[in-house]
Design a protein around this ligand. Structure first.
Ligand code: PLP
Length: 436
């Protein structure tokens, strides 16, 4: 079959059989999948028609070491040939999972030293809520059950994770199932204090936040915010959970974004960049204090575990992925290229008047679209049009358009170089000019 026939067959099969996640199912039926990718190298993907695109999002904020890394394929192959998988229930184990737990203990700040493995960010979230509630129960405070999160926060799609998510259309799918989830204003410590006062600290298990909100529009905390959050949690005996599913593993120019604020959460959630997306894996890292208390007070069995908790092949890939991040100084590159990206955003902002606020932290960033006459958002969203124009020209970026936002978001692979940043900026500029 020639390529166009293969493409048509795939589009047809796709429409009939593949329910795409977080997608417009109607649009899929009408226009077919916009891209069916077949190959990736560095920051580029190639689709079935041979079109090459620059991945300005590292897929879903996660392909940190870039596409086509043979070392990761080799690590998976080697481990699969030796021992692809064995479960970790009843304290059984495997070498890559134990070594990865020790490596994460070394990398994460403070006394975050004990690791529970999952297979995704959503599973890491649900695990953390259950562990937090279990922790208080065995401490003799079973009524500490509520979880506070923030508006515009995104924590995934399992029932707990959806409930903690502060983006209304997502949240509505589980709200009746989850009366113990509360939401406060994104950057208002006063809103958190008030919520604790109303509910009572003796009813609250944990507060969860992303150090930089990703899916909510790349919202970067003002100075002092997270230090104050840490203080409020300590004063009220509430566990602080940092959801570093996007921000971990160099995305913001530090290994973990909490390091920007000099704070140590009680529980840190990881996924995505832990394997750069080469294989599913997530992790929940807890402090020595929590780990010791779980051991000390817990009776019987910890009744929480996934078949794939501590998957040997996934953990072997994660170890190799972290080795690449360290060896190739990708965290430093994230800082340097993030600065280039921001400088480029500022230049575009000066030239094109529908560009409002721009911001980055390392290689995560956002460009807001505004009506320059009124200085408010356009009633109809412009960002999706910019993204479509960018895709035509060979650049993938995402948009955030819920609750009145009109924002372009960026998160390229951490291996991106100066020339590729220039290409990204040049296509972005053209796409903005095309819709202006
Ligand atoms: N937490 C954050 C901050 C995320 O951005 C995401 C996904 O985008 C998740 C959790 C959920 O991760 P997953 O899609 O791997 O379940």
């Amino acid at each position: 079959m020639v390529k166009t026939e293969i493409k048509e067959t795939l589009i047809d099969l796709d429409k009939k059989h593949f329910i795409h996640p977080t997608s417009s199912l109607k649009q899929q039926q009408e226009t077919g999948a916009p891209f069916i990718f077949t190959e990736g190298k560095g920051v580029y993907l190639t689709d079935i028609s041979g079109k090459k695109v620059l991945e300005g999002m590292a897929s879903l904020w996660n392909v940190n070491v870039g596409y086509g890394r043979k070392e990761l394929a080799e690590a998976a192959r080697e481990q699969m040939e030796k021992l692809a998988f064995t479960n970790s229930f009843s304290s059984m184990g495997n070498e890559p999972a134990i070594r990865l737990a020790a490596k994460l203990a070394e990398l994460t700040p403070g006394d975050l030293n004990a690791v529970f493995f999952t297979s995704s960010g959503s599973e890491s979230n649900d695990t953390a809520y259950k562990l937090a509630r279990y922790y208080w129960k065995i401490q003799g405070s079973p009524e500490k059950t509520k979880i506070i999160s923030r508006k515009k926060g995104y924590h995934g799609v399992n029932i707990g994770a959806t409930s903690a998510t502060g983006i209304t259309p997502f949240q509505e799918m589980t709200s009746s199932l989850a009366p113990d989830f509360l939401h406060v204003d994104t950057f208002s410590t006063e809103s958190l204090r008030k919520c604790i006062e109303i509910e009572g600290p003796d009813k609250i298990a944990a507060f969860i936040a992303e150090p930089v909100q990703g899916a909510g529009g790349v919202n970067i905390a003002p100075d002092g915010y997270f230090q104050e959050i840490r203080k409020i949690c300590d004063e009220n005996n509430i566990l602080f959970i940092a959801d570093e599913v996007i921000t971990g593993f160099g995305r913001t120019g530090k290994m973990f974004a909490c390091e920007h604020y000099g704070i140590v959460p009680d529980i840190m959630l990881l996924a995505k960049g832990i394997t750069s997306g080469y294989i599913p894996l997530g992790a929940v890292v807890v402090t020595d204090r929590i780990h010791k208390d779980l051991i000390k007070y817990s009776e019987g069995v910890l009744l929480h575990g996934y078949t794939y908790s501590g998957h040997a092949t996934a953990c072997a890939v994660a170890l190799k992925n972290i080795e690449i991040i360290e060896k190739e100084s990708l965290i430093e590159n994230s800082r340097l290229m993030g600065k280039e990206l921001l400088d480029g955003f500022y230049k575009i902002q000066k030239e094109i008047d529908i560009v409002g606020e721009v911001r980055t932290l390392g290689l995560i960033g956002a460009v807001e679209i505004i009506n320059p006459v009124t200085n408010t958002r356009f009633p109809a969203h412009i960002a999706p049009k910019v993204s479509a124009e960018a895709a035509k020209r060979g650049l993938i970026i995402r948009t955030v358009v819920f609750e009145g936002m009109d924002t372009l978001v960026f998160s390229p692979p951490l291996v991106i170089n100066q020339k590729e940043i220039e290409e990204l900026l040049s296509i972005l500029r053209e796409a903005l000019l095309a819709v202006q």
